[in-house]
Write a protein that binds this ligand. Structure first.
Ligand code: 5RP
Length: 219
């Protein structure tokens, strides 16, 4: 099976985690696009969606799915999103699509994070994928120096401004053995809007697309 076929498979499988009559949290990325397309088949049975990016909002609306303002929603049962890496504890690196801050906000509204990914995303230790960090523009050098002190090489993602007006640093060369500790540490650095480590908001379920079909991992 191709990677695109695996993404379509897990996008479809995620429908089982959408509770009819409720609002569903929707992430961002090519795997989530498959989920959005599948969600369209049950759009009349959900109360709407809370979206994590302008791109996902556009796709949801193009299917006629109602997108709600996150400020109008107090709790959602499930947040469905992809990942750039996921480890065997459900900790993730996210932000390849520059939507990490809003993804974390919507994940925080949810009772459960359901990760959808193809098997190439499953790793033993996070960090081979460069860690995305959203930063206020005036702090990019300062934050880069802090990463250098930890052995990381932060590279500004050229030409990218997030939906919130921030910049993205991609940090190469980290081996993230303590995802929760590193997330907490980086979150405290002035100028950091959000770090793409999802440990506090880790996945509770991962639907992993494999050549043998969808494998369900629970954490
Ligand atoms: C976007 C994300 C995505 O979930 C992540 O980049 C995975 O994307 P894809 O499904 O296209 O591989 O974090 O900010």
């Amino acid at each position: 099976m191709t990677q695109d076929e695996l993404k379509a498979l897990v996008g479809q499988a995620a429908l089982a985690y959408v509770q009819p009559g409720t609002v569903v949290g929707v992430g961002t990325g090519s795997t989530v696009n498959c989920f959005i397309d599948a969600l369209a088949t049950m759009k009349d049975r959900i109360a709407g969606a809370v979206s994590s990016s302008e791109k996902s909002t556009q796709r949801l609306q193009s299917h006629g799915i109602v997108v709600l303002d996150s400020n109008s929603v107090e709790r959602i049962p499930a947040y469905i999103d992809g990942a750039d890496e996921i480890d065997h504890g459900g900790h993730m690196i996210k932000g390849g699509g520059a939507a990490l801050t809003r993804e974390k906000i919507v994940a925080d509204l949810a009772d459960r994070f359901i990760c959808i990914a193809d098997e190439s995303k499953l790793v033993t230790t996070l960090g081979r994928f460069p860690l995305p960090v959203e930063v206020v523009p005036m702090a990019t050098s300062q934050v880069s120096r802090r990463f250098a002190a930890l052995g990381g090489n932060a590279v500004l993602r050229e030409g990218v401004i997030t939906d919130n007006g921030g910049c993205i640093l991609d940090v190469h060369g980290l081996s993230i053995t303590d995802p929760l500790g590193m997330e907490q540490e980086v979150n405290q650095w002035p100028g950091v809007v959000a770090v793409g480590i999802f440990a506090r908001h880790r996945a509770r379920v991962c639907l992993l697309g494999t050549s043998q079909g969808v494998k369900t991992l629970s954490f």
